[in-house]
Design a protein around this ligand. Structure first.
Ligand SMILES: NC(=O)c1ccc[n+]([C@@H]2O[C@H](COP(=O)([O-])OP(=O)(O)OC[C@H]3O[C@@H](n4cnc5c(N)ncnc54)[C@H](O)[C@@H]3O)[C@@H](O)[C@H]2O)c1
Length: 439
């Protein structure tokens, strides 16, 4: 089989490489010529564990190609996937669908024969119908089936998630077009039958909503445990025990019950916002999600005050080391990372910030104040610091020897915003240690 993947971002590149690994002939097309040139050169533009080898192996074996020419990619493809960005639209929080619509129209204009056009990007309910109308108008002569196949991979574990998903969601039109699209997609995902991966086949509208409902639910869950953590701090309880105590209940589940400095990333913030806007437009507001957005935004804003309080009420003239900038470990993605809120506030409050991240510094640099110093390692960042803030829980930070960290510093304040360290061990090493939801 042969597919075109439009967009070589986190989703397009990972999905394309994984389909190639399944044995499919994949051509990934991107408008960013520099990105395509890098990929052709064997350079991977994003940090994602295992992706370099997967791309290299499949490119070498001739199953994975990169181009800037949509016509070349679409030519002879059994399916064309749209994996372009759907960021928040400035001003109103709706998903910006301009990339999706532009790409869909370009595909329609480039196609030579019948096409199955699959939206993998996260798009609001009703987008599939709009894409259908748009391609029909662009190419009334052509048979274009549209489908929705939302992607649930997590950055940092993207290959594993794609290769062994909990489910595959496929939204199709009614009638023969829908059947054709479903048959093509089922063939593409056939290797997953080995793992008995459930296929959830629905209408396009339902598939579109499943993606938002899933992300919003997870965002609510994180925000819930964050609020519980705040309450734990007030009443002298331990949020980890609370999380375990409730998470062992099969109805609740243990995942996504880890407190932190507020969720960020390329999906939850924009997707919760887009869902809230869609729901308002349809007169069925999702108040729980609206509140989650507000609580999470406020939480990110509160993190600087937490650090300032730990430093005795001021960071003026103090050196604050920040470990981790990416929104989560194992990625270089800075989109909506809490660092983008915390670090500028610390700088504005008069702190000298020494930051280190194993992968995200190149992406962080243009987004953070110019005054930030970038260290070579965690220990280097801690050098001469009055306060250390652990912001992203990279594994290499877990393994740091507390005594060495402490010895490198001038001060003794440690704010562990991911609850990575053992409070006793940190206090024994001489830190004034603070974490989330543990007294
Ligand atoms: N990042 C994630 O973890 C994740 C997970 C699940 C779903 N999603 C969704 O998948 C979609 C893509 O996300 P991403 O993080 O991969 O985006 P991204 O911004 O990393 O990549 C998008 C790519 O599309 C390219 N592009 C834009 N218009 C194009 C066109 N007309 N033709 C060819 N290429 C074009 C851009 O140059 C860019 O390389 C979004 O809707 C997102 O919400 C993302």
């Amino acid at each position: 089989m042969r597919i075109a993947m439009v967009g070589a971002g986190y989703v397009g590149l990972v999905s394309g490489a994984c389909f190639a690994e399944f044995g499919v002939d994949v051509c990934i097309v991107d408008t960013d010529a520099a990105k395509v040139a890098a990929l052709r050169d064997g350079r991977i533009p994003i940090y994602e564990p295992g992706l370099d080898k997967l791309v290299m192996d499949n490119a070498r074996d001739g199953r994975l190609r990169f181009t800037t020419s949509l016509a070349e990619a679409v030519d002879g493809a059994d399916a064309v996937f749209l994996a372009v960005g759907t960021p928040s639209r400035r001003g109103d929080g709706h998903a910006d669908l301009s990339y999706v619509f532009a790409a869909a129209e370009q595909v329609a204009l480039a196609a030579q024969g019948p096409v199955v056009l699959v939206t993998k990007s996260t798009v609001p309910v009703g987008t599939g119908a709009k894409v259908k109308a748009l391609v029909r108008q662009a190419r009334p002569d052509l048979d274009i089936a549209v489908a929705s196949n939302p992607e649930f991979l997590r950055e940092g574990n993207a290959i594993g998630d794609f290769m062994r998903p909990d489910r595959v969601v496929i939204g199709i039109e009614e009638g023969a077009s829908g059947e054709r699209a479903l048959a093509v997609l089922k063939r593409l995902y056939r290797p997953l039958y080995l793992f008995e991966t459930p296929i959830v086949a629905t209408s396009i509208e339902t598939a579109e909503l499943i993606k938002y409902a899933a992300n919003a639910f997870l965002a609510v869950k994180i925000t819930y445990i964050n609020e519980m953590a705040d309450l734990c701090e007030k009443v002298g309880a331990d949020v980890h025990d609370v999380a375990r105590g409730i998470g062992l209940d099969g109805r609740i589940g243990r995942k996504f019950l880890h407190p932190g400095p507020g969720y960020g990333g390329s999906c939850f913030p924009k997707d919760t916002l887009a869902l809230a806007r869609t729901a308002q437009d349809y007169g069925a507001p999702v108040r729980l999600v609206e509140t989650t957005i507000a609580v999470n935004d406020a939480r990110k804003e509160q993190m600087a005050a937490r650090v300032v309080a730990a430093c005795g009420g001021s960071v003026e003239g103090k050196v604050v080391a920040v470990l981790g900038l990416a929104f989560k470990p194992e990625t270089d993605d800075m989109r909506d990372s809490t660092a983008l809120v915390l670090v500028p506030q610390l700088v504005a409050a008069g702190a000298t910030v020494r930051a280190f991240d194993p992968a995200a510094v190149a992406n962080a640099r243009p987004l953070l104040p110019a005054a930030v110093h970038y260290a070579e390692s965690a220990l280097d960042a801690a050098q001469g610091a009055d306060c250390l803030v652990l912001l992203t829980e990279w594994n290499e930070f877990r393994a740091l020897a507390p005594e060495r960290l402490k010895a490198a510093m001038r001060g003794d304040v440690l704010q562990d915003l991911r609850n990575v360290y053992d409070p006793e061990a940190m206090r024994a090493a001489g830190f004034r240690y603070g974490s989330i939801g543990r007294t």
